[in-house]
Write a protein that binds this ligand. Structure first.
Ligand SMILES: Nc1ncnc2c1ncn2[C@@H]1O[C@H](COP(=O)(O)OP(=O)(O)OP(=O)(O)O)[C@@H](O)[C@H]1O
Ligand SMILES: [Mg+2]
Length: 348
């Protein structure tokens, strides 16, 4: 196996030619995805764990744990071990990864895979080391790193090796990353620790202020996915239930698109500003490429209705939402694994 590993490292591997023992992982604030070399994407789960506080035992991970968010009592705790794109609870991250590894595992992949992990471009060395440690403790034999925007760009089919500049804007759960890519590297970037979680939060705060209604983070996300919009002409209604904090009893209100637009105005404004700022940092030659080629939106936040149109009117650039915004990062990392020799310069 060691010889195969070395050959894989040196020459890269054509699918099916050698036993593969590598996986790519997008360890996101909201979702974790795993790509097995030679197989494709095999796992897509929320980055959530549920733990028994008394015994410290892992009770559930992924979808099962997410369903428990905000519903647990004193014994059980459901939590997200990452925030703003980085690990905030090392033990829980490690336990979650170990579980995901075993869910993704097949007979072809050993317990100790080589792992290519995607990390935010603004990540610090301390945060990188936390990712590395969590993966190693979860069973990784070797950890390779790639910047998320580069992986996303490959995942949406951008020719990253060319000289022409391409802009990718990834709006994830915890971060928004704006990156200009050319010649296999990031030529300009702007990363803010604001993403889908902040959008959910803005909805919660608005409903609390406007209707004295307290809702949980799961409900806020659901409202966003069902009727989140920044389009002026959207006119929808939606029933939201929560706790009226004045009377202390459960209540249901009907909210409309105007409520949502008002709730999202500030946080969406911050995201638009981040894109503008990324453009300002772009070298002129690459900026002119972006005028021609436009911007690709990735990450779950790219699905917010009307965000592409808003960005188009605010920047004057052509904007396109990726076909697979939630999975393009891990797909790109997987493609790097499949042709590691070609993409070796992209690794951090
Ligand atoms: N239809 C939708 N409309 C708006 N937002 C959505 C939609 N679907 C998913 N999202 C949001 O996308 C976010 C998750 O996106 P993604 O999986 O790309 O994040 P992540 O990679 O886990 O986070 P990060 O990259 O910041 O660490 C969540 O906030 C989720 O609520
Ligand atoms: Mg992401």
């Amino acid at each position: 196996m060691a010889i195969f590993g070395a050959l894989n490292s040196i020459f890269g591997r054509k699918p099916g030619t050698l036993l593969s023992n590598s996986m790519a992982i997008d360890l996101g604030t909201a979702n974790t995805l795993v790509y097995l070399q030679g197989r494709g994407i095999v796992l897509e789960q929320p980055s959530v764990v549920a733990i028994n506080r008394e015994t410290n035992e892992l009770v559930a991970v992924g979808h099962d744990a997410k369903a428990m968010l905000g519903r647990t009592g004193t014994t059980l705790q459901a939590l997200k071990p990452l925030k703003d794109g980085v690990i905030t609870n090392a033990t829980a991250t490690m336990a979650m990864l170990r579980e995901f590894f075993s869910m993704a595992k097949t007979r072809r992949i050993s317990m100790r895979p080589r792992v290519l992990v995607c990390v935010p471009s603004g990540i610090t060395e301390v945060e990188v080391s936390a990712v590395r440690t969590a993966l190693e403790r979860a069973g990784a034999r070797e950890v390779l790193l790639v910047s998320e925007p580069l992986a996303s760009a490959i995942g949406v089919g951008i020719p990253v090796e060319g000289a022409a500049g391409n802009m990718v804007v990834d709006i994830g759960g915890g971060t928004t990353e704006v990156a200009v890519i050319s010649l296999s590297s990031i030529s300009a970037n702007n990363s803010i620790r604001i993403g889908g979680d902040e959008i959910d939060n803005a909805i919660s705060i608005y409903l609390k202020k406007q209707y004295s209604l307290l809702i949980g983070e799961r409900t806020a996300e659901l409202v966003k996915i069902r009727m989140g919009t920044v389009l002026e002409d959207d006119d929808e209604e939606y029933e939201v239930s929560g706790l009226d904090f004045v009377n202390g009893i459960p209540e249901t209100y009907i909210i409309n698109s105007e409520d949502i637009r008002k709730a999202l105005k500030e946080v969406v404004g911050t995201i638009v500003e981040a894109v503008r700022h990324g453009l300002e940092k772009t070298p002129p030659e690459l900026a002119s490429d972006i005028v021609d080629r436009g911007v690709v939106l990735t990450g779950g936040g790219a699905l917010l209705r009307g965000l592409d149109r808003l960005l188009m009117s605010e920047t004057g650039l052509p904007i396109r939402v990726a076909d697979n915004p939630l999975s393009c990062t891990v797909l790109g990392a997987g493609l790097i694994l499949e042709d590691i020799y070609r993409y070796r310069n992209l690794l951090l």
